[in-house]
Design a protein around this ligand. Sequence first.
Ligand code: UD1
Ligand code: UDP
Length: 362
Amino acid sequence: MVKIILVAGARPNFIKIAPLYQVLHQVPTVEVLLCHTGQHYDSNMSQVYFEELGIPEPDYNLGVNGGTHGWQTGQIMMRFDEVMEKEQPQCVIVVGDVNSTLACGLVAVKRGVKLVHVEAGLRSFDRSMPEEINRIVTDSIADLLFVSEKSGLKHLHDEGIPSEKVHFVGNVMIDSLVWNKARIHGQTILDDLSVKKENYAVVTLHRPSNVDDPVRFRELVNWLCDISKKVKIVWPVHPRTQKRMVADDFFQSLPENIIVTDPLGYLSFQKLISTARIVITDSGGVQEETTYLGIPCITLRRNTERPITIECGTNYLVGDDLTQATKLVDVFLNGKEKSSIIPDLWDGTTAERIVSILLERL
Ligand code: UD1
Ligand code: UDP
């Protein structure tokens, strides 16, 4: 029997571990334990994903809620080390690029336990983003690296990671989307919010570079108010952003055509973006999901670690240029979208590919 600990801490992690858990769980020679670090903890940022995606109650919840980056990373390391001491697994799997990914990855390798990184090799080349540091460090210490888009192969090669450790397997987050297509289709969120198919835009914002700086955030909110004169906006607000909006009394000043909600569950959110006219975001995962779904996406960032979504998907980077963003909104409202294709191996079978390679290598 091989004991594997699968780690997740933040919203995008839960969507990525769901298919991995389902496939690993069916292997008779594998015992899979789930460890939730507690980085995200509100029920609409955590529990809802477990319920909707069929992930069982975690075997461990480290309960590390909030805190500065250093405190959060350190606390997760200390608490995960105790789990490792008790369980003595042969392998730890981490996904994505959040602080939980880095913290648990470090603990695993310091104990000489095989570390697997799913969604390896993505690079924004912007070290002011905490995620970029998490990606670089995790990739440099992992034993097995699973890559979601081909840019990752080049970056890992350039950083001197031996090619035998690296496997291009496609996008595990898209597995969740493919597996749940029928359930997503049946969601009632459009009626619940009184919006009509292809007649609204969806907004998500949570990057510190957009929401932590009051001047930048005010500029973005003013811009959204302008855009809402042309198209109704649905904005499920991330907790980081909620804090900023409450602190500066933003909620009061929004026009009626901007519908703000709490973070939505996975199935409702996918339904909402799948019939949106436009998505406006700074999320990593949402850039990929809109590319898969063929929905135009405007990314309010200067760079992306997911260039495939621009090269062959539906994504456009506008950086700080809101004039350019307005032009794109007008283009999409006029129905002029670029043609796009679904990237290689984003086909709903990535988790199976990962587990089959993993079993050969353990
Ligand atoms: C984190 C990740 C980011 C990822 C995002 C996904 C890092 C460095 N950042 O950013 O890469 O894109 O998750 O959503 O790992 N909070 C709540 N309730 C929650 C979760 C968070 O109130 O359920 C609060 C925290 O207390 C904190 C703030 O929101 O004040 C930010 O949370 P944190 O996990 O530190 O960073 P995110 O911005 O969520
Ligand atoms: N998401 C969701 N409900 C929401 C907003 C987002 O279920 O209200 C999902 C969405 O599918 C997205 C995923 O959460 O891909 C990733 O979350 P986030 O944007 O917070 O993180 P990132 O991908 O930027 O790290």
